[in-house]
Design a protein around this ligand. Structure first.
Ligand code: NAP
Length: 262
């Protein structure tokens, strides 16, 4: 029996792992994309097998840099050859600048690397998957049809002058989500942007003390760090078709951070 399949980019660690595990629990086969950390990708696969709802599901690690065109093509090809189909794409892979620097000192190299990975990658990966769906014309096995999720960030709207290139990449991703939502609405594809806040992963480990303090002081109304499970559960709700009448929309996963306060 064929089961629905999802490709999750950057699923070897952090939020992507949480998404992969929840998708497995939801009954999907999962392609676990990673950049270089094969061991971590294998561990995600193990956790997926543990969480899986049936024996019909498969979990494969797929190496590839989403910022490189030839890698993107290989990621999609390997996913399709593993599962024979694809029902959802979660564009999660992303990087912070290697060094935080004031906007007066952003280097061209950092700007290009962050934009290539965080914006160009998901934009063109989505294009590949959308064109696959448009040309192959099989029906989705997911309730409500095919799904595309973009994992952006509160940085799409909150200006951090020490990592301007990251903010710009995420603001661009917010528009990419709306563009693909409008283009694909008639094609049975739902597109949602998830906008996480301050999440406990390797990405934020270097600034843990700073955010521990800010969260304790009330920066986040719910007064805690977000987790990979918080994001995974939101993706699971989307995959399960629990949000049928929305597309191009933003779901904030930030404990209330985005609410303007007085
Ligand atoms: P993380 O812990 O640093 O994990 C990054 C993941 O992305 C790893 O699986 C890594 O693979 C993969 N990756 C990195 N560059 C890649 C590339 N070029 N191609 C393919 N995969 C790549 O990051 P995270 O905190 O989970 O963040 C996941 C997403 O959420 C990112 O888009 C990030 O911007 C966004 N986000 C994070 C936070 C936060 O506070 N952490 C908040 C808002 C939004 P390897 O293991 O092989 O390196």
């Amino acid at each position: 029996m064929s089961v629905a399949a999802v490709l999750v980019t950057g699923a070897s660690r952090g939020l992507g792992r949480g998404i992969a595990v929840e998708a497995a629990a939801q009954g999907l086969s999962v392609a676990i994309n990673y950049a270089s950390n094969r061991e971590a990708a294998d561990e995600t696969a193990r956790l997926c097998r543990q969480a899986a709802a049936s024996d019909a599901q498969h979990f494969v690690a797929v190496q590839g840099d989403v910022g490189r065109r030839e890698d993107r093509e290989r990621i999609v090809a390997q996913t399709l050859s593993a599962f024979g189909r694809l029902d959802a794409l979660v564009n999660n892979a992303g990087i912070a600048p290697r060094q935080r620097a004031d906007v007066t000192e952003t280097t061209q190299a950092s700007f290009e690397e962050v934009l290539r990975t965080n914006l160009e990658g998901p934009y063109f990966l989505t294009q590949s998957v959308a064109n696959h769906w448009l040309s192959s014309r099989y029906a989705s096995l997911l309730p409500g049809g095919f799904k595309i999720v973009f994992v952006s960030s509160i940085s799409a709207a909150a200006a951090s002058i020490m990592r301007g290139e990251y903010c710009i990449s995420k603001a661009g991703l917010a528009m990419a989500s709306q563009l693909w939502a409008v283009r694909l609405a008639d094609e049975g594809v739902q597109v949602i942007e998830l906008r996480p806040g301050i999440m406990a992963t390797d990405m934020t480990s270097a600034v843990k003390e700073k955010y521990d303090r800010l969260i304790a002081e009330g920066l986040v109304p719910q007064r805690r760090w977000g987790t990979a499970e918080d994001v995974g559960r939101a993706v699971r709700a989307i995959l399960a078709g629990l949000l049928p009448y929305t597309t191009g929309d933003v779901i904030h996963l930030d404990g209330g951070f985005h609410v303007r306060r007085l």
